[in-house]
Design a protein around this ligand. Structure first.
Ligand SMILES: [Mg+2]
Length: 307
């Protein structure tokens, strides 16, 4: 571990640091709040040993400052020659995790460091698990692409960037044609397989790193195409339709073709029109998708604004 020793007394700093090194850890020394806060900014400190009696900013105040500036938890142990209950309580309330009285015995310090190391490891594992959970909660388990929640985040982001840069943002709403008869006749497990095949085909065809694909619900997908005008979006829609068709996924219950096909609705936000938010853009794509369905499926339609 990297252990930060904060003490205004050089002698104590050196003695405590020597003990830390003896225990196989690295000691980083700070003579007060300025050096201590600078060291913490590097984000490499695992544990802090903190003196209480210091000029300018004392240990209680410095602990409060550290906890405010650094949301990520690391253990802080107080070192003080004052062993009163009031000091102990005040230290814990300020955000410290343990309290040691000076002079510090090597064996006690080693044990405390081991205990804090254990807690720090658990806390790290928990933070990693939470991060993983956050990623998982925005992924659709079947298709392994973004789910609706993930889409909302991506789209909100793309919308903001587009507003700032006055670009053109297109979205495609993609729907599998005659998916209900597919499911009814081939069964749900095969239906799931079909969803995965379509999703794979869509993501293979989207080759720009800025493009995103999400499962919007059921057999509906949404493609987010930042910096893409209507023409570009039409070109992409055409590609998505034809690359899926080339896979020739059997569908004997479709009235269009004996294969699985998709219909696509396109909506574009450009500087000239007055679409107010991403939700309206999705609504427009949905209207265009309805028109594509009306016009025989296996094709795309673009939403035309009144402006
Ligand atoms: Mg002191």
């Amino acid at each position: 571990m990297n252990i930060l020793v904060v003490d205004d007394n050089k002698f104590i700093r050196e003695v405590v640091s020597a003990m830390i090194i003896d225990n196989g850890h690295a000691a980083i020394k700070a003579d007060g709040h300025k050096q201590a806060l600078d060291e913490l900014k590097k984000d490499t400190i695992d544990l802090v040993l903190m003196d209480i009696e210091m000029p300018e900013v004392n240990g209680f105040e410095l602990t409060i400052m550290m906890r405010e500036e650094h949301p990520q938890w690391f253990p802080i142990i107080f070192l003080s020659s004052n062993d009163s209950e009031e000091y102990l309580t005040k230290g814990i309330d300020a955000g410290a995790d343990d309290y040691l009285t000076k002079p510090v015995k090597q064996v006690i310090l080693s044990a405390k460091i081991r205990a804090m190391e254990r807690i720090a490891n658990m806390s790290g594992a928990l933070a990693r698990a939470n991060k993983q959970l956050e990623i998982l909660s925005s992924i659709d388990p079947l298709t392994q692409i973004l789910n609706r929640r993930g889409l909302e985040e991506v789209l909100a982001n793309a919308w903001q960037v587009n507003e700032r840069q006055k670009g053109e943002l297109s979205i495609l709403m993609v729907d599998i044609d005659f998916f209900k008869p597919y499911n009814d006749n081939y069964g749900h497990p095969q239906g799931d397989k079909c969803l995965k095949q379509v999703s794979d085909s869509l993501s293979e065809t989207l080759n720009r790193s800025t493009d995103s694909l999400a499962r919007y619900g059921g057999e509906e997908f949404i493609v987010v195409l930042p910096f893409t005008p209507k023409d570009g979006a039409r070109f992409k829609a055409k590609e998505l339709i034809s690359s899926l068709l080339r896979k020739k996924i059997k569908h004997e219950y479709s009235s269009v073709l004996p294969y699985v096909t998709i219909s696509i609705g396109i909506a574009t936000k450009c500087a000239a029109d007055n679409i107010v938010n991403a939700t309206e853009l999705i609504k427009n794509a949905d209207i265009a998708l309805y028109q594509a369905k009306e016009q025989g499926r296996n094709g795309y339609q673009t939403f035309i604004t009144d402006v």
